[in-house]
Design a protein around this ligand. Structure first.
Ligand code: CA
Ligand code: CA
Length: 238
């Protein structure tokens, strides 16, 4: 009977994992490194071109330095984004505004993406670790080329987690027609240090029910066949 229970649990676990949904904004698989230290210009920037898994096929990174001795970094490696402000305030941002090759915002760079198209109603940010920093999302849309920001202080405990930010938090943004995104990271004061590690940013549905993928149906079929063998108590060879 125990074996039957395990056989039942296994395909259910696969179904729960098969919950791909929403619009991928960045999986951070494309490597990019940006370091600033004493003696550098007031900011450093870098633009990753044509990275798969990045909305608009370009990720614009910029990090500033708060003093001549400030040290900070903003980089992606091993599928994650790491931000470190080690001395003095080093605010930074990540931009998704199409392939403009610039840290200036191209407010129509994404053309106009319908964020509701697949039923999404929230941003989902997979955090590995975080200090309490200001994390500000600014969105632009074609409707009058307006922008609106929502600021959050990230959680300090209980990570890793998926951090959910409802679209309804952005009161007037037209999510049918998103044209640019900027995410600002700021330790919030000159005497603070901060760090953050993000694995993925995407959209999703707050009430999402896991939808089995084709591979899951196959494993479900295998389960049913195995269960059938058990129920026959080895009367037949399976
Ligand atoms: Ca860009
Ligand atoms: Ca830009």
């Amino acid at each position: 009977m125990k074996k039957l229970i395990y056989l039942f649990i296994f395909p259910l676990a696969l179904m729960a994992k098969g919950n791909a949904h929403g619009l991928l904004i960045d999986d951070f698989e494309a490597d990019q490194t940006l370091e600033v230290g004493g003696g550098n210009p007031p900011f450093a920037e870098d633009f990753a071109s044509n990275p798969g898994g990045t909305l608009g096929l370009e990720r614009d990174l910029r990090i500033g330095i708060g003093s001549p001795t400030a040290i900070g970094g903003l980089s992606t490696s091993s599928g994650g984004l790491e931000y470190a402000a080690l001395a003095e305030a080093t605010p930074a941002f990540i931009q998704y505004d199409g392939a403009d090759g610039s840290s200036a915002i191209d407010s129509t760079g994404l053309g106009g993406i319908d964020f509701f198209a697949d039923g999404s109603d929230q941003f989902e940010i997979e955090l590995v670790s975080s200090d309490a920093i200001d994390f500000v999302i600014t969105l632009w849309s074609n409707t009058g080329i307006t922008s609106e920001s929502v600021a959050f202080v990230t959680p300090t405990t209980g990570v890793p987690l998926v951090w959910e930010i409802a679209f309804s938090s952005f009161f007037t943004t037209n999510f049918l027609d998103i044209t640019a995104i900027q995410i600002d990271l700021d330790p919030g004061g000159v005497s603070f240090t901060a760090s953050l590690e993000i694995e993925e940013i995407r959209t999703g549905t707050s009430s999402s029910v896991p939808i089995p993928e084709p591979a899951t149906y196959a494993s479900l079929g295998a389960f049913l066949a195995a269960a059938n063998c058990f129920s026959r108590k080895k009367k037949i060879r399976c």
